[in-house]
Design a protein. Structure first.
Length: 186
């Protein structure tokens, strides 16, 4: 059985370092683990209960929910915008949390990787994303979440997957996520 990890990236910019961190996680996935980077977040409309009607949910929001329901674990990779998570990531969590108590992330193991050029590594965004995921019903792995800071100059010349410290940290996050996935026939 292949363990499916869905990665949501909070930066829509094509040259995003956070996007590269997600690519590194996908490249570093151990045998039996597939990390899929979700590509449709820009198409998901802002959450509005008037739109969240059974049988009429916008296609982009439904596709996001379906991707999360098909995943065994969730990895959020986020920059920090104005001291918190980007709107696109908060919006994704909003759609994935509904219906409350039975949303697509309920009981799904989740970890957060944040990245920033500052030495703090977007720690506020990391904490906010973990909080929102927990409220949404995910099983947030607090100890597996990491903040990558002060390395963006290095990443200009070296992909995060090829940076020894970053690769080791991401491998640790993936290992924790895999360890938190419930066996199908336990």
């Amino acid at each position: 059985m292949t363990i499916q990890v869905l990665a949501l990236v909070g930066s829509l910019r094509s040259a995003s370092v956070n996007g590269k961190l997600a690519e590194a996680a996908a490249a570093l996935a151990p045998e039996g683990v597939e990390v899929t980077i979700y590509e449709g977040l820009a198409d998901v409309p802002f959450y509005n209960e008037d739109l969240d009607v059974e049988g009429a949910v916008p296609a982009a929001a439904e596709a996001l929910r379906d991707a999360a329901k098909a995943a065994d674990a969730l990895l959020l990779v986020t920059p920090e915008y104005n001291g918190t998570t980007p709107a696109v990531l908060n919006n994704a969590i909003d759609w994935l949390s509904r219906p409350y108590g039975a949303g697509a992330v309920k009981d799904l193991p989740a970890a957060v990787v944040s990245g920033s050029p500052s030495a703090y590594g977007a720690q506020w965004a990391n904490a906010d994303a973990r909080k929102a995921l927990g409220v949404a019903g995910a099983k947030v792995l607090e100890e597996a979440s990491i903040a990558v800071g002060g390395r963006f100059q290095v990443f200009a010349e070296t992909h995060p997957k090829d940076h020894e410290e970053t690769a080791a940290e991401l491998a640790g996050v993936l290992s924790a996520l895999v360890g938190a996935v419930e066996p199908v026939n336990a």
